[in-house]
Design a protein around this ligand. Sequence first.
Ligand SMILES: [Zn+2]
Length: 260
Amino acid sequence: MAYSNSPLASYTRLTSHRNSPRNHAIDRITIHCMAGQMTGKACADYFATTSRQVSSNYCVGYDGSIALSVEEKNRSWCSSSPSNDHRAITIEVATDSTYPYKCTDAAYKALLDLVTDICRRNGIKKLNYTGDLNGNMTKHKWFAATACPGEYLESKFTAIQNEVNRRLAGDVTAKGNASNGLYRVQVGAYLKKANAAAMETQVKAAGFPAFIRQEGIMYKVQTGAYREKANADAQAKKLQAAGYRAIVKAEDPDVAAAEN
Ligand SMILES: [Zn+2]
């Protein structure tokens, strides 16, 4: 399977603390606690600069920001277990530094989006938290003398499993109707096709995908269509950071069907 990285990461700073490539397909998720309320960026910066031999694939900040520290094709140094980390995506989540190592609602929400995205891209059809190594959600404390992931996140493992599985099951339903529930990222709408074409060229030159869709009398320049709103929002954020007035539009399934 070809490896990819999450489009939800808004910051990338890769660390040399890793093995490249991983030696096992991705079939586990290991959620950790940072024991510190950092942003995703601050955590990835730390992994890139510390002399401690530590890292994770992703860092989820207290503000819900997500950073990529070790690409998914590589093994992070996170769980005190090479065999676990070769097959797991490891995620450090910002938490309090003391018992019960609580995370913010924003971090929890971002974690759910990230785990869902990881499962989708890597063909993990279901999370299965069994409380032992027979499942695909593992804990750092099973491999080393540590409290990680901490009581708070541990208490959420079943809820994380259930919510992610609910979303993954929704994909199957949505696939029955290929146009159902897409979120389109749009950077402009024009009456003149030439103006849309100029914007399309500009957006492509900036390194984004772009294409023109005709809707009624308007020519709309779009840069992607996503089934998950979080992915569309992430793409819109990147475009906004590059100076574009990107908006996310939920597509009416009926309209989509009419266009087919
Ligand atoms: Zn840990």
